[in-house]
Design a protein around this ligand. Sequence first.
Ligand code: NAP
Ligand code: HSE
Length: 434
Amino acid sequence: MRQVNLAIIGGGTVGGGVFQALQRNGALMASRLGMELRVARVAVRDVRKARAVKIPAGLLTDDWKAAISDPQVNLVVELMGGTTTARKVVLAALRQGKPVVTANKALLSAHGKELFAAAQKHGANLYYEASVAGGIPIIKVLREGLVGNRITRLYGIVNGTCNYILSRMKLEGADFSAVLADAQRLGYAETPPDLDIDGHDAAHKIGILASLAHGFWVNPKQIYTEGIRAVTGQDIEFAGQLGYTIKLLGVVKRHDEQRAVQVSVYPALVPNSHVLANVNGVFNAVYVRGDVVGDTLYYGRGAGQDATASAVLSDLADAALDLKSGVKSRVAPFVPHERDGRVLPLAEAISRYYVRLNVADKPGTLAKIAAILGRARIGMSSVIQPEGHEGKSVPLILMIHDATNTAMAKAMSQISRLPVIKGAPTLIRVESFE
Ligand code: NAP
Ligand code: HSE
């Protein structure tokens, strides 16, 4: 086979980026692969729409079924997003024995098991490098580079939009909504952006990484997910004064004693001395600890047209080489190897915490709070009442030692009912990367 004919389903930010990148580096890839990647069809919703990346009218169609069934097409690239029609697209292609490349983490999170089974049944592989961490080849790292390791820890900043927002809030004191609008304009955000802001996109990605790392398909419903809506400029500032940066962090921790894996997404205070605290803007980073290799770090742009296109091109190359050599799945999309895999409920996990309370500036307030924590056997490592806040209520910051999430939730519920507490307390976990 000298030529692979592509049907690209979706010609938006990523689809347009892939089309453009193939125009730019198609000849380079052909020389490296020994075969040409040719775009045969691009399916979109509206063929008349003005596009930032021009796609010749002769390639455009609004009929994705015809595009993937075109007899000359032998590789399908799903870049439309969503989980309903996209699922149909991927299944239809696989049923025709055509391999599929996708960037769709929401789809994999919701229907991964079904799609991997279909790929195996129909002898057509499914490639998804672009689904996690934009241009960082983290799927290849876990499936191939670290195949000889047990993964004990994996921490990821895997949502470019949230990292862009949190970075600009910290570095420029920028307003949340204005920065989100910029992230949308730059093509980083999902549609709707709630998928980013509420942590769901990061959960889709961290579930994929956790599944690959631990050999059982993690049910997305078991991933504790908290987004960044509640993170305020005030918390970012206080965390900074304490030597921390707030990041939306995906956390995958193997707990051998409980025979379970913690898989969660939440904003966390990251010590400024840790490399992840210095990952800013749209950049992502994934920190992986293997039992043989030790600590490793992968860094790069996590969202946007070109970064994502680069990851799709990597999959196109793998798929083209597999087609050329007639190998159905040199690296299968997902190989379960842990029959009894269990996700540790966050309630059972132990964390450290930053707590911000608004309290009445009266004698005895701290004693009441300390009494509740003391009864719960939860220790405080420091208490700070930042200066420059005067009035009926003032901020009080508590840094809390290790406690289970259950014990902490119970204590916080009691503290929030004290008459001296004004408004809802803020609780953010602190990650120590041990
Ligand atoms: P997008 O800009 O909204 O593009 C979606 C494309 O799909 C559009 O071209 C749209 O057509 C087309 N489409 C929608 N429904 C269709 C249908 N029924 N038939 C044919 N075409 C249809 O989205 P995107 O940002 O490129 O994202 C695409 C996928 O990549 C998503 O799964 C996303 O999660 C993933 N991803 C995105 C990024 C990123 O940074 N943007 C990064 C990694 C992964 P029209 O153009 O005519 O509307
Ligand atoms: N909306 C996603 C993000 C796109 O911001 O990370 C990349 O997957």
